[in-house]
Design a protein around this ligand. Structure first.
Ligand SMILES: [Zn+2]
Length: 196
């Protein structure tokens, strides 16, 4: 049987995840790299030198003494949960096609149920917000489809009253692999609705 290229594309194995993000220090370094891709820069005076206050995980500018941390302004800030647990939760949520229950998250990252529930909802919320901000670009393919089942005695196909028409748009990379997808419900498949 032919393999589906998309389903069989390379992912991040659990083993590799733990190798790269298994400790709090590794996760902190990953966040520092995102915040300062070209090395530390003071947010107040643009100075490049800092001293690291290990006990408080704070970076202090050696010129103006302004302090910051890699979690400032992120959902990881002001929580007692170690960064490695946050990262593992992100990994588990993003690896499961159908998402993951708060109960399963609780068991797998070793936290209480309310904590797991709260982590899950915070992560889902930032995913929704980032999705809403993201605008598809480069190569985008568009198709229309219907969601919903046929009810007994209903008209077949698109004529079924229980179907929600929607337009799906997928941004693909140079290899033709999907990168981002947007689904938009439409009233009908008219050129006016599609254009909107
Ligand atoms: Zn400074």
């Amino acid at each position: 049987m032919a393999q589906n290229e998309i389903q069989f594309q390379k992912g991040l194995s659990l083993h590799d995840f733990f190798k790269d993000y298994g400790t709090d220090e590794q996760c902190e370094q990953a966040l520092a790299k995102i915040r300062w891709p070209d090395g530390y820069r003071c947010e107040s005076c643009d100075h490049e030198n800092y001293c690291y206050i290990k006990s408080r995980k704070v970076y202090q500018c050696t010129r103006c003494k302004q302090q910051t941390s890699v979690t400032r302004g992120t959902i990881f800030h002001s929580t007692n949960l170690p960064l490695s647990k946050w990262f593992l939760a992100i990994y588990l949520i993003s690896q499961n096609k159908n998402g993951i229950s708060a109960l399963s998250l609780k068991r797998q990252i070793g936290v209480s149920y309310p904590t797991a529930w709260s982590i899950k909802h915070k992560l889902m919320q930032v995913m929704v917000e980032s999705d809403a901000r993201y605008k598809l670009s480069e190569t985008v393919t568009v198709d229309d489809a219907c969601l919903g089942g046929r009810l007994s005695g209903d008209k077949p196909g698109r004529g079924s009253g229980n179907k929600q028409p929607f337009v799906g748009a997928v941004q693909v990379n140079a290899e033709g692999h999907p990168r981002y997808v947007k689904m938009t419900p439409v009233k009908a498949f008219t050129s006016y609705e599609i254009q909107k």
